[in-house]
Design a protein around this ligand. Structure first.
Ligand code: NAD
Ligand code: IPM
Ligand code: MN
Length: 354
C-alpha cells in the first residue's frame, strides 16, 4: 500500500512553496516515489472558496486517513472579515487531530551567519527547539466574547495538557543537551503558576535533564541576546507562537523555518512556521526552504527516510552556499530557480556553481 500524504497547499504563497517542496521530494525519493501518493485538498481560504468552509468535511476525512499531512499556509486579507476564517479551519484541524505538540527547530546554518541581522558572534552555534503547546490555552479557552464595548478571551490549561507537553519537551531534551527551559508568566498568570508547578513535577521523571524557568518577557530578550544558551524551550500556545516568529530573526528570515505537529498517536502534520505572506504571494519570490525542510522532517519522522531527509537538507544548504538566495535573504533567485537548483544538486550534486 502506498503511503498517503495529504497536501493542504492553502493560500497566498502556500501553493507556490508546496509545489516547490513536492518537486524536491519527488526528485529526492527517486524510485521510492512510487511508494507514496500525495493529493491536494481544499483548506483555509481555498476551502472557503471551493467548498464553503475552511476545513471541508472531505479534507478532514482525508487528514484522518492520511499517513502524514503537509500544510503550506493559510489566510489572507480576502477572508479576514468572513464569518468563518481560514485561521478557524487551521485551529479546528489541530484540535480534531489532537496535534498538541508543535516542534519548531531554530537553527542558523553556517551559510546564513553573515546574513543574520544579529552579529555573527552571537548567532553562531544557535540550535534550539521551541516546543509549543498547540491545542489549548487562550486559542481555545471558553468563554470568549467580542462585543462593541468589551471583548475577552480565556486562557485555560488543564494539568494533563501541561504534563503531556512538558513530557514531550523532556523526551526531546534527552536526545540533545538535556536542558529544558519552561517559559511562562508565573509572576502574573494563574495558568502560568500551574504550568510552573506541573513542569517541576514532570522534571522529577527525567533526572538526567535539568529544568529552568523564565518569564516570557525576559525570554524574548534572551533569545536574541544569547541564543546559544537554549536547548529545548517549552511553552504555552500563544507564547510559543510569538517566540518562534521572533526567533526567525536569528537565521534572518521566516522562510527557512519548518515545524512538525504531533498528537498522542496518529497522523503528524508538517508546515512552515510562517504564514501565507500575502505581500509577496503570486510573484514566484517566496523562499521555499521552510516548506522543503518541512518535507524533510516528514520523511524523517513519519516515514523513516532518514538519508533522503538529510540529502534534502544538505541540498538546500549547498544551494544557498553557492549564492542562490531568494529576496528575503537579499538574493534574486525566484522560487522556481531555487527549487530547480536544489533538484539539480540532488540529482547530480551540480548546478550550484554560479
Ligand atoms: P507571514 O508569516 O505570512 O509573513 C510575515 C513576513 O514574512 C512577510 O513580510 C512575508 O513576506 C515574510 N515571509 C513569510 N514567509 C516567507 C517566505 N517563505 N519567503 C519569504 N518571505 C516570507 O505573517 P503575516 O503577514 O502576519 O500573516 C499573513 C497571513 O498568514 C495571515 O492571514 C495569518 O493569519 C496567516 N498565517 C498563517 C499561518 C499558517 O498557515 N500556519 C501562520 C502564520 C500566519
Ligand atoms: C502559526 C500561525 C497560527 C497560530 C494562526 C494562523 C492561527 O500564526 O501557525 O504560527 O497562531 O497558531
Ligand atoms: Mn504564528
Amino acid at each position: 500500500m502506498k503511503k498517503k500524504i495529504v497536501v493542504l497547499a492553502g493560500d497566498g504563497i502556500g501553493p507556490e512553496i508546496s509545489a516547490s517542496a513536492l518537486k524536491v521530494m519527488e526528485a529526492a525519493l527517486g524510485q521510492a516515489a512510487k511508494d507514496f501518493e500525495w493529493t491536494n485538498y481544499a483548506f483555509g481560504g481555498a476551502g472557503i472558496d471551493e467548498k464553503g468552509a475552511p476545513l471541508p468535511e472531505e479534507t478532514l476525512t482525508a487528514c484522518h486517513q492520511a499517513d502524514a499531512i503537509l500544510l503550506g499556509a493559510i489566510g489572507g486579507p480576502k477572508w479576514e472579515k468572513a464569518e468563518q476564517t481560514p485561521e478557524m479551519g487551521l485551529l479546528a484541524l489541530r484540535k480534531a487531530l489532537n496535534l498538541f505538540a508543535n516542534i519548531r527547530p531554530i537553527q542558523v546554518p553556517e551559510v546564513l551567519l553573515p546574513l543574520s541581522p544579529v552579529k555573527e558572534t552571537i548567532v553562531r552555534g544557535t540550535d534550539f527547539i521551541i516546543v509549543r503547546e498547540l491545542t489549548s490555552g487562550i486559542y481555545f479557552g471558553e468563554p470568549r466574547h467580542l462585543g462593541e464595548k468589551e471583548a475577552y478571551d480565556t486562557n485555560r490549561y488543564h494539568v494533563d495538557e501541561i504534563k503531556r507537553i512538558v513530557r514531550q519537551a523532556f523526551k526531546i531534551a534527552q536526545t540533545r543537551k538535556k536542558k529544558v527551559l519552561s517559559v511562562d508568566k508565573a509572576n502574573v498568570l494563574a495558568t502560568s503558576k500551574l504550568w510552573r508547578q506541573v513542569a517541576e513535577e514532570v522534571a522529577l521523571e527525567f533526572p538526567d535533564c535539568t529544568l529552568a524557568h523564565q518569564y516570557v518577557d525576559s525570554a524574548a530578550m534572551k533569545i536574541i541576546q544569547n541564543p546559544t544558551d537554549f536547548d529545548v524551550i517549552v511553552t504555552e500556545n500563544l507564547f510559543g507562537d510569538i517566540l518562534s516568529d521572533e526567533a526567525s530573526v536569528l537565521p534572518g528570515t521566516l522562510g527557512v523555518l519548518p515545524s512538525a505537529s504531533y498528537g498522542v498517536s496518529g497522523v503528524a502534520l508538517y508546515e512552515p512556521i510562517h504564514g501565507s505572506a500575502p505581500d509577496i504571494a503570486g510573484k514566484n519570490i517566496a523562499n521555499p526552504v521552510s516548506m522543503i525542510l518541512s518535507v524533510a522532517m516528514m520523511l524523517r519522522e513519519s516515514f523513516e527516510q532518514i538519508e533522503i531527509a538529510a540529502a534534502i537538507e544538505t541540498a538546500c544548504f549547498k544551494v544557498m552556499e553557492a549564492g542562490v538566495l531568494t529576496t528575503d535573504l537579499g538574493g534574486q533567485a525566484t522560487t522556481t530557480e531555487f527549487t530547480d537548483k536544489v533538484i539539480d544538486y540532488l540529482k547530480k550534486g551540480e548546478g550550484t556553481n554560479e
